[in-house]
Design a protein around this ligand. Structure first.
Ligand SMILES: *[C@@H]1O[C@H](CO)[C@@H](O)[C@H](O)[C@H]1NC(C)=O
Ligand SMILES: *[C@@H]1O[C@H](CO)[C@@H](O)[C@H](O)[C@H]1NC(C)=O
Length: 186
């Protein structure tokens, strides 16, 4: 085995030398590319990650460019959390309608609770990421990823048109990105 590997070692070493030197000369503004690089890695590791949404949502946060991977995971979780908060407000508003169909009401109430619990989970996951408890963060974000589907399933089962489908699509997109980035942390 060893004799098979060793002839290629000098070549490998040259390759590494070449790559690291081209990195330092060509890629001067390395930190401005952390978003692109991270979204690329996420999209290739998880087919549910929408690369365009990943880049656009992270670039909408000015400090994301200066972040390291851990900081970027926090940014992504906070984007998902703020979207979860919006979805919760929408569910609350829909629940205010007069003479709401009781099935519709119960589905909306379920979604509102799911969103509410998920906001708390995502907040806890920020703390977990910041203290390098990535396994815990992963579990918390994973349950947030399931929320939009579970909410939609409620309407489907009653044969109702979901009034939250747009929000749930966005939520799925953003939570999946948060999970993929957090998974890169180990
Ligand atoms: C990915 O996200 C972009 C930006 O939000 C959106 O326009 C596009 O439709 C999404 N693509 C898929 C396949 O969902
Ligand atoms: C969050 O949701 C709102 C509406 O539900 C949407 O307009 C907005 O683009 C979403 N934010 C992100 C970062 O995708």
């Amino acid at each position: 085995m060893v004799s098979l590997i060793s002839p290629s070692l000098p070549f490998l070493f040259l390759l590494i030398l070449h790559q690291s030197s081209s990195f330092s000369t060509v890629d001067v503004s390395a930190d401005s590319d952390i978003i692109i690089e991270t979204c690329n890695r996420c999209a290739s590791s998880d087919p549910n990650v929408n690369y365009t949404l990943c880049v656009a949502s992270l670039e909408s946060v000015p400090k994301a460019r200066q972040s390291d991977l851990q900081g970027l995971a926090v940014v992504a979780v906070r984007l998902a959390k703020s979207n979860m908060t919006r979805a919760k407000s929408k569910a609350k508003n829909l629940l205010k309608a007069k003479s709401l169909d009781p099935y519709m009401e119960s589905c909306l109430e379920t979604c509102r609770e799911l969103y509410s619990n998920s906001i708390a989970d995502l907040e806890d996951s920020v703390k977990a990421i910041k203290s390098s408890r990535y396994g815990d963060a992963n579990i918390l974000i994973s349950s947030a990823v399931d929320v939009p589907r579970t909410c939609e399933d409620g309407f489907d089962e009653e044969g109702l048109q979901s009034p939250l489908s747009e929000e749930n699509d966005e939520l799925f997109g953003l939570t999946v990105i948060a999970l993929a980035i957090t998974s890169l942390l180990g």
